[in-house]
Design a protein around this ligand. Structure first.
Ligand code: SF4
Ligand code: SF4
Length: 352
């Protein structure tokens, strides 16, 4: 039995086939173990109301790790799906997809061997085989969504994201576009929540997942980092940190928050705690298709930032001094609270 499959299912489980054999550091898998809304355990064990029976085939938690052809051969689930014997399943891809057209005699990345030839099966070949049979394809993390670090200028692999590989207009056999949850790594709950959404949708309990033009769930990526940042009040007042360790806005240290779509400062990192700029780390735009090249060099003030901080400077200084005056007034009690014999609250006496 695999992780999460219930012992006496009344319905066929929805399988989650997770390939983390793209070009990646496995950071998204590691991050997901910290999810709490919901947790991996709640998804895998079907502990949420109405969640369909789920069987998760994910290297990080799967205990089927026996030899090829044995009773607990992890890859056999993927072969079954390839043979059309596993219905339905959601395919999760972690890591960027290399261009095997340019790999010469070798290959860039693979996932298990072909039993017939004992030769590696490339990750690309698995995607070619499984994507057309999947209910949905979920790209987890910035490498899988848009290419990420591996797809930087000058890379030798020609790495790309799943939408670049399958096509941005690609649709699953159930009519779903590729679902992208970027982040380097992903915010744990963003991925856990999206997996849960897809499972509810697959079982007819949720409408079509709403996605933006970069195929990200709109409710997670519809706002900028800046809009949810704990330091936004400092920005508005033109109060900028000159060095790390300050509690002020860190835009002059390189924060791209005003133009990056990400909910991490609002949601926190683990269990509501942390979240890049909230805890002093500049936002480097890791959820964006242009990451990393368009956000480099990371430690410089963003070009747009220079203009906006210059503009906000005098306005912010004026707001700051006006707020000081208002703050002083609000910091004092109203004058009618006293022990003098006269009542000065404005009381007009009984109306009767
Ligand atoms: S730290 Fe970044 S996200 Fe936060 S207020 Fe400043 S510029 Fe905006
Ligand atoms: S706040 Fe910026 S750096 Fe942090 S996760 Fe979001 S996009 Fe990435």
């Amino acid at each position: 039995m695999t992780a999460g499959a219930k012992t006496s299912p009344e319905q066929a489980p929805i399988h989650v086939l997770w390939i983390n054999a793209g070009l990646s550091c496995d950071g998204d898998s590691v991050a997901l173990t910290a999810a709490t809304q919901p947790s991996v355990e709640e998804i895998a064990l079907g502990a949420l109301p109405g969640l369909p029976n789920v069987a998760v085939h994910w290297p990080l938690i799967d205990f089927e790790c026996g030899p090829q052809g044995g009773a607990d051969d992890f890859l056999e689930w993927f072969r079954k799906a390839d043979r059309g014997e596993l219905e339905p399943f959601v395919l999760v891809v972690e890591g960027s997809i290399p261009n095997e057209e340019v790999s010469g005699e070798g290959y860039w990345c693979g996932f298990g061997n072909d039993p017939a030839t004992q030769q590696p099966i490339t990750t690309n070949e698995w995607i070619d085989r499984l994507a057309p049979k999947a209910l949905a394809v979920l790209a987890a993390g910035t490498c899988a969504t848009y290419g990420g670090i591996h797809a930087m200028a000058g890379n030798p692999t020609g790495a790309m994201g799943v939408p670049d590989y399958l096509g941005w207009d690609w649709k699953s056999k159930a009519g779903l576009p590729i679902v992208c949850v970027p982040g380097c790594p992903i915010q744990p709950d963003n991925l856990a929540e999206t997996i849960t959404y897809l499972l509810y949708q697959a079982s007819g309990q949720a409408p079509m997942i709403p996605l933006d033009e970069a195929l990200r769930p709109t409710w997670l990526f519809g706002r900028t980092v800046h809009e949810g940042c704990d330091r936004a009040g400092y920005y508005e007042q033109g109060d900028f940190a000159e060095e790390y360790g300050s509690e002020k806005c860190i835009v002059k240290l390189g924060c791209w928050g005003p133009v990056v779509k990400c909910n991490v400062p609002k949601r926190g990192w683990m269990d509501g705690i942390g979240g890049c700029p909230n805890v002093g780390g500049i936002c480097i735009g890791c959820t964006m298709p242009g990451f990393p090249d368009k956000f480099m060099p990371f430690m410089d003030e963003p070009p747009g930032g220079k203009l906006s901080t210059t503009v906000v400077g005098p306005y912010g200084a004026a707001v700051r001094s006006l707020r000081k005056i208002t703050g002083k007034t609000l910091d004092k009690e109203p004058k009618w609270r006293h022990r003098a014999a006269e009542l000065t609250t404005g009381y007009q006496g009984s109306q009767r």
